[in-house]
Design a protein. Structure first.
Length: 254
């Protein structure tokens, strides 16, 4: 689908993978709505990007704010593209170092943000797309974000890996479900990328993470994620697939 055929929603759009994707979309003249938390720099980022760019504050797990975000995109142009990048990590073990059971509350919170939030955003955006006339063969494209942790979650990544595996699991089912509405769904599973989360780590730790990648031997750049997201939108046969974007890395247990 021609990405310029309508508007786009990018969650997690104030930084990292989402911001890089928004930059690419705005650079192509696509009216774009950035969705991020009220505490984010979303408003400043939208002003910086210019064009028909708006910021809508929303927690991706809440239906009403997400519905407002997709409605805002529809006001700019028919919603055709979703790139869902919002999520967060969090360390925990099945049994903690003191021998206590891992926190069910914490586990639920990480799964809710990453997996439940993905379904909420996907369903809200797809409902909007389904109401529009097709452009050629399709009405819209939804690009989701998983992680290589879906297959090789490291010790301490228990809730994050669970949620990302859930996203991989829902991708094909959602694509089949939405096929009758001419909406495609695909997922990107990034490896180690140079995002604000990793920016908090000491440089020697960041360097060691980059050295783990077979080739290219470095951290991934957010714009490389953005390029793949737009390639998925562009290619009508990419549907129901999860694509690893990881430089051939396979994560070790810790």
């Amino acid at each position: 689908m021609d990405v310029t055929a309508g508007s786009a929603v990018v969650t997690g759009g104030a930084s990292g993978l989402g911001l890089a994707t928004a930059r690419r979309l705005v650079g192509k003249g696509v009216p774009t709505v950035l969705v991020d938390l009220p505490t984010s720099a979303g408003a400043e980022v939208a002003a910086e990007l210019g064009g028909k760019t708006r910021f809508v504050a929303a927690d991706v797990t809440e239906p009403e704010p997400v519905a407002a975000a997709v409605a805002a995109a529809d006001e700019l142009a028919p919603l055709r593209t979703l790139v869902h990048c919002a999520g967060r990590g969090g360390a925990m073990r099945v049994v903690d170092k003191e021998g206590n059971p891992g926190s069910l509350e914490f586990y639920e919170s990480i799964v809710r943000i990453n997996l439940i939030g993905t379904f909420n955003v996907l369903s809200q955006a797809a409902a909007r797309m389904a109401a529009h006339d097709p452009v050629g063969e399709e009405r819209g494209v939804c690009v989701l974000t998983a992680s290589v942790a879906a297959w090789e979650g490291q010790i301490g990544q228990l809730p994050y890996a669970s949620a990302k595996a859930g996203i991989v699991g829902l991708t094909l089912v959602a694509a089949r479900d939405l096929a009758s509405r001419r909406i495609r769904v695909a997922t990107i599973a990034p490896g180690t990328f140079d995002t604000p989360i990793l920016a908090r780590l000491p440089q020697h730790v960041r360097d060691s993470l980059g050295e783990m990648v077979p080739h290219p031997r470095r951290l991934g750049q957010p714009d490389e994620f953005a390029r793949l997201a737009l390639a998925i939108v562009d290619n009508p046969m990419l549907n129901g697939e999860t694509i690893r974007l990881d430089g051939a890395i396979r994560m070790q247990p810790k």
